[in-house]
Design a protein around this ligand. Structure first.
Ligand code: SAM
Length: 335
């Protein structure tokens, strides 16, 4: 079965909350354009796209941008060619695949050594294939990211791999299923949200920033590395490259950064998702922005309504989060 956009493990994904959030947006906002500013898996873009003429999908991770282009960009691709490549990728015997960057760095850690060898081989094949247009390349890359995530020896992100266990060979290369839309303007970007906020004019802006000090670029470094394919030197037990794309929303400057973002927005409605984990026992799970500050900052722009729902979100660690609530703040700008 080809992969759908939600067939992926992602911290903070709104997949299970997407119907609730989408209903809130439809009941409380009016407009023709929608911006998913911290799109993550882009499940909210997928959920909302039918209701809008124009959509902006943004996240500052390289792997997310490739995934958005693969699923959402409306350009031509040859599906027969991709099917043939898919079959060939899995047919080549391991005895003909040499050690490579993925097997040397991640073999017997994040993947079995055989799986790592095949993943590195496929990535190199995609890189060297001059017969692929941009859309085809993005589809193959996104398919590789979804496929390798299924075989990864992790709890759902790449901050660490699971030690002391036999890692079986489970990798199979499956294609994603790109979406077809008629008459939609789709803008995909890989910008810092605070930069994008200054340059767009959009009716409804959905804001779902990181809630705590856990940096997404560090959690998903293996996906970033395989996407960029610059083969950097890696450090530490989790084999991470030098840090990049470190989010201000994960630091003590989060409140100030959020305030700056909100004040830059030119839109009719601002929809913000956040949760109430500021009392978490684990300091890395604690909220970086208080709910009172979010409300106060939004009230400078207009009338704010707050909606909440009990929800146990994807939490890879052992952190207990009793009374966990997801909140949605909807602001009618100038209202
Ligand atoms: C809570 S997740 C969003 C989840 C998403 N709504 C979903 O349903 O999958 C936050 C996202 O913000 C991105 N991010 C963090 N800081 C950012 C920044 N300054 N600019 C743009 N994206 C950022 C992260 O890469 C991550 O994907």
């Amino acid at each position: 079965m080809p992969y759908q956009i939600w067939n992926r493990r992602y911290t903070g994904s709104k997949y299970k909350l997407s119907s609730w959030i989408s209903d809130l947006i439809q009941d409380n906002c009016v407009g023709n354009s929608f911006c998913d500013m911290f799109a993550g898996t882009a499940i909210m873009s997928k959920k909302m796209i039918d209701n809008f003429d124009e959509i902006y999908i943004n996240d500052f991770l390289y792997s997310n941008e490739v995934i958005y282009k693969a699923f959402f960009e409306q350009s031509n691709y040859n599906s027969t060619k991709l099917e043939i490549l898919k079959n060939n990728f899995m047919k080549v015997p391991l005895s003909q695949i040499s050690e490579n960057y993925v097997s040397e760095n991640f073999g017997d850690k994040f993947f079995s050594s055989n799986d790592a060898r095949r993943i590195g081989y496929i990535r190199e094949q995609i890189e060297c294939n001059d017969d692929l247009n941009e859309k085809e390349k993005n589809i193959l890359l996104a398919s590789l990211l979804y496929s390798l995530d299924k075989a990864a020896n992790t709890v759902g992100h790449y901050d660490a791999y699971i030690k002391g266990k036999q890692i079986n060979d489970t990798f199979t290369f499956e294609l994603i299923e790109p979406y077809v839309f008629k008459n939609k303007k789709i803008h995909i970007s890989r910008l810092d949200a605070n930069v994008l906020a200054k340059s767009i004019k959009c009716d409804i802006v959905y804001i779902d920033p990181p809630y705590n000090s856990r940096q997404y670029s560090r959690f998903y470094h293996v996906l970033e590395n395989i996407t960029k394919w610059e083969k950097p030197e890696l450090f530490g037990t989790a084999c991470k490259p030098k840090a990049e794309n470190m989010s201000e929303y994960c630091r003590s400057s989060a409140t100030r950064t959020f305030e700056e973002l909100i004040s830059s927005l030119k839109c009719k409605y601002i929809v913000v998702s956040y949760n109430n984990t500021y009392n978490s026992k684990s300091s890395s799970s604690r909220n970086k922005i208080s709910l009172a500050d979010i409300k106060c900052i939004l009230e400078n722009k207009g009338t704010v309504s707050v909606f909440e729902k009990e929800h146990q979100y994807f939490n890879a660690g052992k952190t207990e989060l009793p009374n966990h609530k997801e909140l949605v703040f909807i602001t009618k700008v100038g209202g």
